[in-house]
Design a protein around this ligand. Sequence first.
Ligand SMILES: C[S@@+](CC[C@H](N)C(=O)[O-])C[C@H]1O[C@@H](n2cnc3c(N)ncnc32)[C@H](O)[C@@H]1O
Ligand SMILES: [Zn+2]
Length: 386
Amino acid sequence: MPSPSLPSPPQEQWQQEGAAHFCVGDAFFRSSSQTGRDLAVLAAIAYKTHHGQLRVLDAMTGCGVRSLRYVLEAGADYVWANEGNWELRSRLQANLSHSLPPDCYRITHQDANVAFFDCHQRQDFYDLIDIDSFGSPAPYLSTSLWAVKLGGLIYLTSTDGRATSGHAPDKSLQTYGAYARAHPAAHEQGLRLLIGAVAQQAATRGLTASPVFSYYQGEVSRVMVRITRQSAWQSAHYGFLAYCHACGQFQTLLWKKLGRVSCPCRAAGLPVVSGPMWLGPLHSEPDLAAMHGAALKSDRWTDCRVLIDMMRAESAMPPYYYPLAEIGRRGKTDIPPRQVLIEQLCREGFTATRTHLSAEAIKTTAPVGICLQLARQVSQRSPLPE
Ligand SMILES: C[S@@+](CC[C@H](N)C(=O)[O-])C[C@H]1O[C@@H](n2cnc3c(N)ncnc32)[C@H](O)[C@@H]1O
Ligand SMILES: [Zn+2]
């Protein structure tokens, strides 16, 4: 129901997300993407707390929900709401003018890349650039670097799961400069190809892009990166992932070892190799800690706190995961209960965690053979069904 204090355009419903009230009208808006927006708001709160200021360029704003939330919840001092579709102007104007003082926002309708070059032309750099694109954000990776402040954040969205999951490797080569192959950790591969691409683009400009957080949900990959002056390029963080279809073992592969990949199982077929992609941590632990701190301020962030806890646990784990169904299938046993298998692996001296990438998977430092062995033991110990 519309709030009595809000204007109620015919056939339109005011809705609320976080502190933002808005009408969607003809804009593209998915309420199911709220967690991706929540995480960005928490990172923005942490940024503002740390830096004392926050100016946001919301480059593909749609109905303006993010612009509203950055100001109303993260205390952004100023937001530039850009939307390529001119026909959304009156909707966007109505949404922003309803809740924001006129001097704290600006609305434009231009291609996002024009906005980025305009920033550079005027030497007016932003603390946070949000690029909520359809498909791949590749056309905006290098250009957004012209508009972001040193130390600032870029938030990227990718919905081209077909290319990143290995089902269209030539497409991923065109988009990310990386050959993506199919394997069971495809959700994570989408995030890592994206981080790898922006890290490499940043490096060409003498900058470093490193992940603040990475989030996969329902075929959408989202990555927030921090852009800083270049620190030493770490080749170990930008390489390849190999997967053996014979035994199910993953391994990382660095540039020097290309061409010398083999699996310990000695299968006749060689492992398939994906990449290059980001092989470093998926998230930044200090940033997640700050986001968690911000999320403690209200009960409405409870779900985000649980998610952030999971991200913190998986952050330093190897760059892949094992689906439980895959472990069951290869081990010719039941699908092992996630928590029981994690505890068994930890008891054996390995590290093992849940992962936000799939509720039906684990991350572990153990070889796949050990996972299969423990899954069989777990299955034998379980009481037989009556
Ligand atoms: C996924 S929707 C944005 C949704 C919105 N950020 C939200 O959270 O609800 C993408 C928007 O970007 C706009 N858009 C697409 N390509 C663009 C471009 N190159 N420059 C500016 N806007 C663009 C589309 O018109 C669309 O409204
Ligand atoms: Zn193998």
